[in-house]
Design a protein around this ligand. Structure first.
Ligand SMILES: Nc1ncnc2c1ncn2[C@@H]1O[C@H](COP(=O)(O)OP(=O)(O)OP(=O)(O)O)[C@@H](O)[C@H]1O
Length: 292
């Protein structure tokens, strides 16, 4: 569980204005919360705060509170926080420890630091490698991997620790469509295991399929927070510098011409769009001359 209460944060250097302003939001266990917003809206800072990077490592002033699994982030040592929250940063290269030679060893690195029993560790590492699709590269150096493979390694390193909360900052930024779907497949599985997942993601169609909740940040404040379908279908998305989804735009335009059933919510996935258009079009009579 992640719980923000009226949380405001200002970095010690740079712009004197707060990077996060009066944030109040909750991410429950077994749910995926997507965070969207324009560049500079505060997404990375939100991830840094949940994982304790800010203010522990960056410094900075804050008011209000953030709790992860019932612990106040600012008042809990980083080493202790690391047992309940894992962070996958935007740049996977920076997350390679540099202390291990192979992918397999890299995935075990965090567990060694936690003094996890050898057999348990081996079992967990093999499992995680399969989950993130790196089993065939187990003996490769982490530095020889592609950007996308390094991104999966970074995710795997966090998964191996089995934290109750996982925060991912743009985890698909270096991945192709197949790799992105694979990452969201992993997030779906984590959700089923009761993990609270917070994911900063600009590809709305990925969130539309997997997220339970979407939060929109605008200039450090929460502009919208609600069920995925409601938030991604909100006509104000472009005002907040986000999206919108093409399915939603198409249905909204169709509705202006009476070609969308107004009692149906606007679609946020291909399937709901196709279903809605099918419902309308199959009722349109085909002129006699055009009948097959
Ligand atoms: N380490 C830092 N020190 C000072 N200011 C920072 C730091 N990191 C971010 N900021 C400022 O905080 C604000 C929010 O930035 P943040 O990186 O959290 O936004 P973002 O939504 O993740 O942006 P992007 O999508 O471009 O990564 C910006 O004004 C940024 O300049």
């Amino acid at each position: 569980m992640i719980e923000f209460k009226d949380f405001t944060f200002t970095y010690p250097t740079g712009r004197p204005a707060p990077a996060l302003r009066s944030i109040t939001m909750t991410v429950r266990p077994g749910t995926i919360c997507g965070v969207v917003g324009a560049d500079g809206s505060g997404k990375t800072t939100l991830a840094a705060v949940v994982s304790g990077v800010s203010p522990h490592l960056t410094g900075g002033e804050f008011s209000g509170s953030v709790e992860v699994c019932g612990r106040p982030v600012a008042g809990t040592p980083m080493a202790e926080l690391a047992t309940s929250v894992g962070l996958v940063r935007q740049d996977p290269f920076s997350q390679i420890s540099g202390a291990r030679f192979t992918v397999r060893e890299e995935l075990a690195f965090g567990l060694e630091n936690l003094a996890v029993e050898r057999d348990v560790m081996r079992h967990r590492v093999e499992h995680v490698m399969a989950d993130v699709g790196l089993s065939e590269l187990a003996d490769r150096s982490p530095y020889e991997l592609s950007g996308g493979q390094q991104q999966r390694l970074a995710i795997g390193s966090v998964l191996a620790m089995r934290p109750a909360v996982i925060v991912l900052d743009e985890p698909t930024s270096q991945l192709d469509a197949e790799g992105s779907r694979r990452v969201f497949g992993i997030l779906d599985a984590l959700k089923e295991r009761g993990v609270a997942v917070l994911v900063m993601e600009h590809r709305l169609e990925l969130l539309a399929r997997s997220a339970d909740q979407v939060v929109v940040l605008e200039d450090g404040a929460v502009a919208a927070d609600g069920p995925t379908r409601e938030v991604l279908g909100d006509p104000r998305l472009p005002e907040w510098g986000v999206g919108p989804l093409q399915y939603t735009t198409a249905a909204r335009r169709a509705a202006e011409h009476g070609l969308w059933d107004e009692s149906r919510p606007l679609p946020v996935t291909l399937e709901t769009a196709a279903d809605g258009f099918h419902q309308v079009t199959h009722r349109i009579p085909i002129p006699a001359g055009d009948q097959p």
